[in-house]
Ligand binder design. Structure first.
Ligand SMILES: [Fe+2]
Length: 274
């Protein structure tokens, strides 16, 4: 399906990024990312196109690579030497699947969405990047995250300070909700006391945005703790499109990153070695 048919251009006129309506949209999105760490665009994909994306994703879901392990929320740090009840000593479960880019058919609607230059230009302006390109990785350029029953992404911060771009395709019958705590940490203040309260389920800073399939999300997760709650009993998996961008053309992930998906370890990941 042509990307101009996928996106609701009446509501989100991203095919005219220089126009006043799109510039106002970009300004609002930037403000949301800067003040709340997230911008959600509900109904970004039109209902009839969403059905086509769901059908494509349902066919691809059985090809997903699966991982299931315990992980530190602080994956970019060395977390040795903390008391057992300290946030840096906690681990949370990741149980999910990922459809790699190479599994998609040549006429994929999701790929055409990802490769649409006007979507990239819109995102570039929202993110405030000088340049933005699709990655050239044959495996991790555009993907579908698949969470079946008991699928989940435990509490974590993203390793880098960039924006993650996703498109919710299908929500399960129970659970599988995205939750986040905007700007709960900074490089100057790790805010461990409040983070402990989040882990204990006692914090009012946890936000669960209303998110229906068809919603495009720009999220900045290096300072905002976030998770996907466990999927409960469901006849259908949670399906989410995940899109990789880089400020330089031709970016390819190292083999070790690909192996994390194709041949994942079941050992806990505790962060960088001491
Ligand atoms: Fe994340």
């Amino acid at each position: 399906m042509d990307p101009t048919q996928l996106v609701d251009l009446d509501r989100y006129p991203i095919d005219q990024t220089d126009g006043a309506a799109c510039q106002a949209l970009i300004t609002a999105c930037r403000r949301d990312v800067e003040t709340q760490s997230i911008c959600t665009l509900p109904g970004f994909v039109r209902p009839d196109a969403l059905e086509a994306l769901q059908a494509e994703a349902q066919v691809l879901a059985p090809t997903a690579c699966h991982m299931d392990n315990m992980r530190t929320p602080y994956g970019w740090m060395c977390n040795a030497g903390f008391e057992p009840d300290h946030p840096r000593s906690q681990v949370f479960r990741n149980r999910s699947g990922l459809v790699l880019s190479g599994e998609f058919p040549t006429n994929s609607s999701l790929e055409s969405f990802y490769r649409w230059d006007q979507l990239t230009e819109f995102l570039r302006q929202v993110i405030g990047a000088k340049t933005l390109y699709n990655t050239a990785c044959p495996h991790l350029s555009f993907n579908i995250g698949v969470e079946d029953e008991d699928g989940q992404f435990g509490w974590h911060f993203d390793t880098n300070d960039g924006c993650a771009i996703s498109l919710l395709i299908q929500q399960p019958d129970e659970g599988g909700h995205f939750e986040y705590t905007p700007f709960i940490r900074s490089n100057e203040d790790e805010n461990y006391a409040v983070i402990s309260r989040v882990f204990a389920g006692e914090s009012e800073r946890v936000t669960r945005p209303e998110m229906a399939p068809g919603t495009l999300t720009v999220f900045r997760g290096h300072r905002s703790l976030h998770r996907v709650t466990p999927v409960g009993r469901t006849a259908r998996p949670r399906l989410i499109g995940l899109f990789g961008y880089d400020q330089n053309p031709g970016m390819v992930y190292p083999e070790s990153t690909i192996r994390d998906f194709t041949n994942p370890s079941s050992e806990p990941y505790l962060g960088l070695p001491a």
